[in-house]
Design a protein around this ligand. Structure first.
Ligand SMILES: *Cc1c(COP(=O)(O)O)cnc(C)c1O
Length: 391
């Protein structure tokens, strides 16, 4: 039990309290559930909301949402899947609320669009062995889990998230093959562990993977990509961080969508990770009507910095099946970054990228700050539109 573990004297934890939304939600729907159950990540996973019946006992689902959930259950597409904690942040009566739209299915997902694909980034083509995506010479993506604490409706890997879809490392044999692949390629110096969500593995499974990677001499850094601090902060236990900090240099990329995710619980989880010396970066998908304004994006990035998370990437929404309604024009991302650069801390500004369909990798986009250049120098435009000459 995490609660009985001795806490490090150096780590000052905030007093134990919780977000008011969470408190109200627990009072309404989980009155008999004690703190040690609610705060146990396994309890959260055991009590996930996945069916129309359970979700509609709390959320007033619209006809559209109900029909979408009925269709999903027969189509084999990405299931609805929400932790009780994350559900507590969702509006019960406003179907347009940003967080609600990211996890509750809608009929718009069934719209057919000719330029959408099951695997737009051609990850399966770049996969030499199951669970490895090798696109860049010096680093690989390692998909260790096919499950997430909560499913995002715009998921890039919806093809492999769910019960029986196994393009990830699912067996001991596959893990050994993946490790052998990495140890046989001495150019690889950086391994990015992702999924699904790697933090849904239990501590022992995670530790074994980290040990095997650290035993490879040419591996310099290890990264973990996860959405757990936002959707299941209870998973970030003292036990987990004690394991993670033995594998430095270990970085984490945390998936965030909207400032509403930056709760007390989430801040506490990030604080534990940062106190363990883990550099934290963020990844955010730009989503129409959810976070596609300078104001919301700046607010999210400011909240992340307050939690010691350094904004890393802002992604154009990948053309995955059923995501048309989430996609913004490319200009929108460029405009948002231009509205942040210079107007707030440079640390708050992520890099806007398109992960090129077809497997071209991440391509950065920003407005052009070079107006012209000749033998005498360059004409540069600053963030306010002023023109400056550099000789
Ligand atoms: C995103 C990604 C990486 C890591 O890219 P960085 O720009 O180094 O963060 C590595 N491999 C694949 C296949 C990726 O999609």
């Amino acid at each position: 039990m995490d609660s009985s573990e001795g806490q490090s004297a150096l780590v000052a934890e905030p007093p134990s309290k919780e977000s008011s939304k969470v408190t109200a939600f627990r009072y309404c729907y989980f009155q008999g559930i004690k703190d040690n159950q609610w705060n146990d990540w396994r309890w959260q996973l055991r009590n996930k909301f996945t069916t129309i019946g359970s979700i509609s006992s709390i959320i007033q689902l619209s006809d559209d949402e109900i029909l979408a959930m009925e269709d999903l259950s027969t189509s084999g597409r990405l299931a609805a899947n929400i932790t009780p904690y994350y559900l507590s942040l969702i509006s019960p009566d406003d179907a347009r609320q940003p967080l609600r739209r990211t996890v509750i299915p809608s009929l718009e997902e069934f719209r057919n669009c000719k330029d959408e694909y099951e695997d737009p980034l051609h990850e399966d083509n770049d996969s030499p062995v199951p669970g490895i995506v090798h696109r860049y010479d010096d680093r690989v993506l390692m998909l260790v889990s096919g499950h997430c604490a909560s499913n995002c409706r715009y998921c890039t890997r919806s093809r492999l998230v769910g019960a029986h879809k196994i393009n990830h490392i699912a067996t001991e044999q596959q893990l050994i093959a993946a490790i052998n692949y990495i140890s046989g390629n001495c150019k690889i110096r950086d391994v990015l562990i992702s999924g699904g969500d790697p933090l849904l593995l239990d501590n022992n499974a995670l530790k074994r993977i980290l040990e095997k990677l650290r035993a490879i001499e040419h591996i310099e850094i290890i990264r973990i990509g996860t959405k757990v601090p936002a959707v299941l902060p209870q998973r970030i236990t003292p036990n987990l961080v004690d394991i993670l900090k033995k594998f430095h240099p270990l970085f984490m990329s945390l998936h965030f969508t909207h400032p509403d995710e930056c709760t007390f619980e989430c801040a506490k989880a990030c604080s534990r990770l940062a106190d363990a010396g883990i550099p934290l970066g963020s990844q955010t998908v730009l989503l129409s009507g959810i976070n596609d304004s300078v104001k919301i994006m700046t607010s999210l990035m400011h909240k992340l910095l307050m939690m010691r998370v350094r904004p890393y990437y802002l992604y154009q929404c990948d053309p995955v099946f059923g995501t048309t309604h989430f996609r913004t024009p490319i200009e929108k991302g460029i405009e948002i970054i231009a509205g942040m650069r210079g107007f707030t801390s440079g640390y708050a500004v992520p890099t806007f990228v398109i992960d090129a369909p077809g497997g071209g990798g991440k391509i950065p986009l920003q407005q052009n700050y070079v107006v012209s250049s000749d033998r005498c120098g360059v004409e540069l435009k600053n963030f306010r539109g002023g023109i400056y000459h550099y000789p």
